[in-house]
Design a protein around this ligand. Sequence first.
Ligand SMILES: [Zn+2]
Length: 395
Amino acid sequence: MTKRLILFIIVICSVVSFGILAEDSSESAGKAFAPEPASGDSLPEGQLVYHEPHTGRTVFVNQKNAHEFAKLPGPPHIVVGSQAKAGNTTFNLTFADVTAGNGQGFDDAAFGAARRSTAAAVATYINTVLNETTSSTIDVDFQTSEADGGGALAFAGTFWATSPNRYGNGFAFSHITTGTDPSGSNSDIQVTVDFGHNWNSELDAPSGGEWDLFSVLLHEFTHGLGFVALVESNGNSSVSNGNPGVFSHLTDGFTRITGSVDLWNSSFTFVGTASDMISNDIAFSGTNATAANSGVMPKIYAPSSWEEGSSMSHWDTQTFPDLVMKHAVNSGTQARSYGAIEIATLKDIGYSISDLQSATAEPDAGMPLNRAVGLVITVVILACLGSYALRTRVV
Ligand SMILES: [Zn+2]
């Protein structure tokens, strides 16, 4: 039988380099991971920054470019209200394609309505997971869609303030958890999708060559919710460009697996080495996430070559091929709900989580045997797919 060509496309996103080396730090590590209060995120005391993990894009918002990051005008196209439970998060979805009537992406004549509906379904799902008692309306702006099919499937980000140094999760987290919008003139989460790729826009299963829009949008939303490392290859903060600096709660939990050494300390300082970043030996030490992984700290994607936009901001894909926040996705596959590890991680970084959700374990979460079976199945699919070229892309 003729062997099928399996096309692996790795998108290494553009490198944003500030050209400043990490400061040496002699502070000792060894703290236990614990979320910091969200209040530190609630006031943009420093300069406003937009950060997008997939592209590594970090933009300081100023008068000249403020329009790029301003909340999209007009009433939202879809309002996803709070569910019949304690949580009170409402998602306002606005689509620049629709506002412009450009006939592309979310305004596409054939698929636009389905794509918007899928985006709303993602927000609805997230609302079943989050269980905040404060009321908030979160603006999710879908920027003008791309159509060249030449880069990442999609990318998303949220806003941060460059000071004071702290562990936070960005403005969307702050808004959701405190009810106070840190920056009313900006959206909470920005998402851009490249519809030049072959998408499964609907909620049925993707065919072998299709990228599943629900799965990718859930991944992007989750970056916007604060699942991001905020660290450069030298240990500096992506936001404040320093060390100590502004890092995420996820970053705060990063631990060198060998020896179980914390890489950040309680003074918002990276105390590891640059080689740790490419050691393939990093895990997240969150208490709930570790418990959800059968007592083993879940492994973070830290490949031997730094991948801007992928390294440190995702789960290790080989270890967790089924999780939403793995670094790469295969066409023809879907991950439309968080694994138990991911729900636990959202709890670790400071979200209130629905009891129902936190008690619902993903079938293969924390079970090495099942993960192994999953890997075998993936390999079999890769080997056996007939007329489709199964593709992999970073997400
Ligand atoms: Zn990602």
